[in-house]
Design a protein. Sequence first.
Length: 338
Amino acid sequence: MKYPKLLQKGDTIGVCAPSSGASGETLSVRLDNAIRNIKALGYDVIETASVRLDDKCVSASSETRAAEFMSLYENPKVAAILPPWGGEFLMDMLPFLDFNKLASLPAKWVCGYSDMSTLTFALTLNSDIAAIHGSNLMNMGYARIHDADMRAFDVMANRSTEQKSWDTWGGFSSWDDFTGEVYNLDQPSSWKSLQGDERVSFEGMMIGGCLDTLCKLLGTRFAPVEAFLDQYKQHGFIWTLESCEMEAPDIYRTFWQMRECGWFKHCNGILFGRPDGYKDKRNFTLTDALKQGLGELNVPVIYDADIGHVPPQMQIVNGALGRVEFSDGKAVVMQEVG
């Protein structure tokens, strides 16, 4: 596994939009705020031409989005790449990426969630490069960068990190007022064990992302999961997953397909984030989806975790060697990146 060099103050962070762009005056202000906040941390920022464009859910054509990403990855001044956010159709740019060339270049940090999972997951599997399922740039475009999103910079700057679960969770304070805090975390947090365990720990190589986009890679050339699992089977694996806009049956069907495709081979444990945009289907619930989809794996399944669309979220490094310690509704996630 190739791990990027540690991020240092003075390094350059590149901004491109592999999925949706940040178009319009309101979103441009939010993006400007995010760039200002990052510069205040001591980093330089450059952005590609299509970041502030958006038409039909994408910033530019598939070829252009891939070219802009490659231009940042090939730029020796760029140490990390952050997108404004996710979107819908990142998968269209995958055929235009040269994964062999990416593998031959010095590794860089790529961080994001939602549709960015399509890229970070494929980058780890196809180019053997660690990538972060974590904060998007637009989450940082409020009065300050929230402590949860600051963890992204901590992860990129340290070989060994420890993230504790938060005491509360919630949502965005406002979608268009950027003058205050980004999140309103007003709900008490308690992670849960599917097996009812009060205490459990497991370790392995971290891998995962957003179910809504990862499921579209199942069976494609961009998700050589079986080969990846065989390559690193000595570590075992921790799957870190979350969903957005999926109802309980969608989640179960996706787990079923992943299981049938062998994605949970050598699995030592699973973390599942609080689902966003979620609904039960009659009396079929999230717990039912987890039990029917993952129960037969006979591994620890921890859910309502701080992962994904519902803030606050942990920064999970695909390709890191991780350890999860869960006890009485709280958890610690430790990761090593080289």
